[in-house]
Design a protein around this ligand. Structure first.
Ligand code: IPD
Ligand code: CA
Ligand code: CA
Length: 258
């Protein structure tokens, strides 16, 4: 199954790269002011689902642009973001990826994030480690928040989101070494696993943004929770991810904003 996820993520990633700068249709998702979708998001998703369906026709699928299928029942569920970083993509900014996670009986057992611009494939299988282009990953060893490089993102509904995301940003800016904002939550998570960032938090994410990245971080020895340190629920919107060592400091700072 991991191999199929890799095949699908690579094919879709190559398709995205070939189409950078060639978007023809940019639409707003219904009822939302800033949340974009293009014909490229949709075609990438069709491509991925086509590959998964061919190999596992009975598995359930939850994909960003087509939603989840009703009436199907399988222990396996593929969770797909066909283009994470759509806003970057529509501006020709080469920071985006494909993210595919696989749940078995509600537990994430495999995950793949592919960045076609750097040709970087992040992959993980439960209990078997996390890898970048075949090389084993470990989270960073930075012990303190003040020495940490952090990353976050802002929700599309930032103007009326009551979830304190701007206050969190200000607090981390003051407490950490530096804070970045890349525009692709899946890449943010993969980079925590790869020790490029020490920590990440965000509000209002969806399961397709997080599924693969959560497993990558766990398998790289890091920690992923909700905002009060509780076990992560990928359907629960909010995430705190870290190298483990700065996790309590992160949660403390987040709770301060409430
Ligand atoms: C978005 C990106 C972004 C995050 C948003 C996500 P999309 O996904 O991951 O970094 O801040 O909350 O919705 O729409 O580009 O797939
Ligand atoms: Ca996304
Ligand atoms: Ca997307």
């Amino acid at each position: 199954m991991l191999n199929i996820a890799i095949e699908a993520a690579k094919d879709a990633g190559k398709f995205l790269k070939q189409n950078l700068g060639k978007v023809r249709e940019i639409n707003l998702k219904s009822g939302q002011e800033r949340n974009l979708v293009t014909e490229i998001d949709k075609k990438s998703e069709e491509l991925i689902i086509g590959i998964i369906r061919k190999h596992f026709p009975t598995h359930d699928i939850l994909a960003e642009e087509s939603g989840s299928e009703h009436g199907k029942k399988s222990d396996f569920r593929w969770i797909i973001d066909p283009l994470d970083g759509t806003t970057n993509f529509t501006h020709g900014l080469p920071i985006f990826c494909v993210s595919i996670g696989l749940e078995h009986k509600g537990e994430i057992v495999a995950g793949v994030i592919y960045d076609p611009n750097l040709d970087e494939l992040f992959s993980a299988e439960k209990g078997r480690g996390a890898f970048l282009n075949g090389k084993r990953l470990r989270v960073s060893q930075t012990p303190l928040l003040k020495n940490s490089l952090m990353v976050t993102g802002f929700p599309y509904n930032v103007t009326d989101n009551p979830d304190n995301c701007i206050q969190h940003f200000v607090n981390f800016l003051m407490a950490a070494q530096a804070v970045r904002r890349m525009g692709s939550a899946a890449i943010d998570l993969a980079y925590v696993a790869a020790s490029r960032y020490d920590g990440f938090w965000e509000v209002n994410l969806n399961a397709w943004d997080m599924a693969a990245g959560v497993l990558l971080i766990r398998e790289a020895g890091g920690k992923v929770t909700g905002f009060t340190g509780e076990e992560i629920d990928i359907y629960g919107k909010r995430v705190v991810a870290s190298n483990g060592l700065i996790h309590d400091e992160m949660i403390g700072l987040i709770l301060k904003a409430k």
